[in-house]
Design a protein around this ligand. Structure first.
Ligand SMILES: [Zn+2]
Length: 245
């Protein structure tokens, strides 16, 4: 029988049983295991982990743990320069592109509203989501820890909140996107790009009242939906400035 001591830091504690949070505790095990198996066995998806130290040395996910190892597990560092030690995550993506789990439709619309490339399709199952994320370098957003534990997943984030406004705040904060917010650039319905369009080109699609009240129009380059800066637009801007002052 082998035994190690382990401690999880910062927000990784969200995944642990409350009796294990923010303390060093011991795990006993019989078979040879990788540190990744051990960490996920405690409930923490590997995609949330950025650095693992074993007896003070940084190790990879496939490190085989040994008796009496002392393991420290850290999420993404924002304030400390850890470049001299091994970083587990791929290089941060320059452009954040998301794929959102089927039951997070409101979050998907809010991300599009703030201008972020967000794939959302209720017909995609877990396997589809994992495959598309891998092929197209998208970040999976989900409340299903199981998806994030899949070995093919390298970019993902587990949403702590169940409330869409708070979920949007989590994502913007986690991926440091506040300065990249561009309202009114992406179609809320389909994720296409919204481009300026001449009124005469679309006026036969407009309700009379809108035609007389507005002169500036935009159109989605994918689904053709027409947008104008009406009350929805105003509410959207108010929401964004309230959430991200
Ligand atoms: Zn569209």
């Amino acid at each position: 029988m082998n035994s190690v001591s382990i401690r999880f830091y910062e927000e990784l504690n969200d995944f642990l049983h409350f009796s294990k949070r923010k303390i060093e505790y011991r795990i006993t095990f019989e078979l040879k295991r990788t540190v990744k198996d051990l960490i996920e066995g405690e409930g923490v998806p590997h995609v949330e982990v950025d650095l693992i130290l074993v007896n003070g040395r940084s190790v990879n996910f496939d490190y085989h743990i040994e008796d009496d190892d002392r393991i420290s597990v850290y999420p993404e560092f924002e304030l400390l320069d850890i470049s001299p030690i091994y970083r587990l995550r791929p290089e941060p993506l320059r452009q954040s592109r998301f794929i959102v789990d089927a039951n997070l439709g409101r979050l998907a619309r809010y991300l599009r509203m703030t201008g972020f490339d967000t794939l959302f399709d209720i017909n995609l199952n877990d396997g589809d989501i994992i495959r598309i994320a891998d092929q197209h370098k998208k970040i999976i957003l989900t409340r299903d820890v199981g998806i994030l534990k899949n070995g093919k997943v390298s970019r993902g984030y587990f949403l702590r909140s169940q409330q869409p406004d708070r979920q949007l705040m989590e994502v913007i904060h986690k991926f440091d996107l506040k300065r990249q917010i561009k309202p009114f650039t992406r179609c809320i319905a389909c994720n296409g790009k919204i481009l300026s369009v001449k009124k005469e080109d679309i006026q036969d699609q407009l309700p009379e009242q809108i035609k007389s009240d507005f002169n500036e129009f935009f159109r989605c380059n994918q689904c053709g939906r027409v947008y104008w800066k009406g009350s929805h637009h105003q509410r959207m801007l108010e929401k964004i400035s309230r959430l991200f002052p």
